[in-house]
Design a binder for this molecule. Sequence first.
Ligand SMILES: [Fe+2]
Length: 386
Amino acid sequence: MTLTTYSFALPTRIEFGPGISRTAAAEAKAMGASKVLLVADKGVLNAGLTIAIEEELKKEQLPYAIFDQIVPNPRDVDCAVGWEFAKKEGADVIIAVGGGSSMDTAKAIGVLLTHGGVIQDWCGFQLLQREITPLIAVPTTAGTGSEVTPFAVITDSQQHVKLNVFDPKAAPKVALVDPEMLLNLPSHIMASCGIDAMTHAVEAYTCKVASPHTDAYALYAIDIIAKNLVKAVKAPDLASCTGMMLGSTIAGIAFGFADVGAVHCMAEALGGRYDTPHGVANAVFLPTVIEFNAPADYQKHADVARYLGVDTSGMSVEEAALAAADALAKLCRDVDIPKFNELPGVDPADFEALSIAAEKNVSTPSNVREITAADFLQLFRKAYEL
Ligand SMILES: [Fe+2]
């Protein structure tokens, strides 16, 4: 094995277990909070997922204000509204309860509270000057991994592209990873988020900046998500929800400390233009991109197939690698992900613009196979024909 040097440090402490989300108030108190900003969307609030946390905040006599103006694919303007609210309330600790949109909005609010300006000022690699407002992340979906990643993905409302605050100073201080949060998640959200987590793991493992540490996390995540996703979608129980919560957090560590690749470049271009749910956008490109990428590293793609549960004995390494694409396509079908050409608003006339946006993505250089806008255009067209 030949390796260049790399470093690996997790800025987030992870507390895992059924019911662990109830410790959010105690964590906030230990951080010295005088007022908590509770960031949660209306769906999470209506589902009652913050009730136990709010009860504990009251018991701890910690005042809190709820910011619920969360939108999918959060935009710069949404982050600014949250910042104004947080300033008005005088919040000094943030608890985010939700999926990627809530956690990324909370990170952006924390960035703006400590740095000011507009969020675009801080989008880029390690531009922050100090730690953001302490953030406690409580994921309610198993997909984004945002509870352990050092970045926030924000849509530029003028340019319709996704930008990224990429800095360990923006990572949550604590992640309270509670599988009970998943028990009543709607099945289509479990499906799309679960495929997002799988995509994180597969792209982290195969991308150019993978390291032995991220490989270990990625392979574990591929295995545990493959074994639990269908059950968690079709008939969720604590065991399958535990598997998915572990899988998404561990996949989050893998890609947070490696990168993603061309699937996310295409998915983020799509989400920036049509507001397509992120997990669905990944799912519709995943098999096509894996087939394209496999020749750049047959061995690693063959490993992906094995960890997906494919019996690769008797296959050549090339055949095994391509079997990964088939297995991922089957997994997407098994959890009822729609096809690319069934998604609302998608117009093939936009594919050239989408290809240019995908090429500009910060993760394009990490893709295991060299990829240009012309390649992306072919992949958009190919995925649309499936
Ligand atoms: Fe993702």
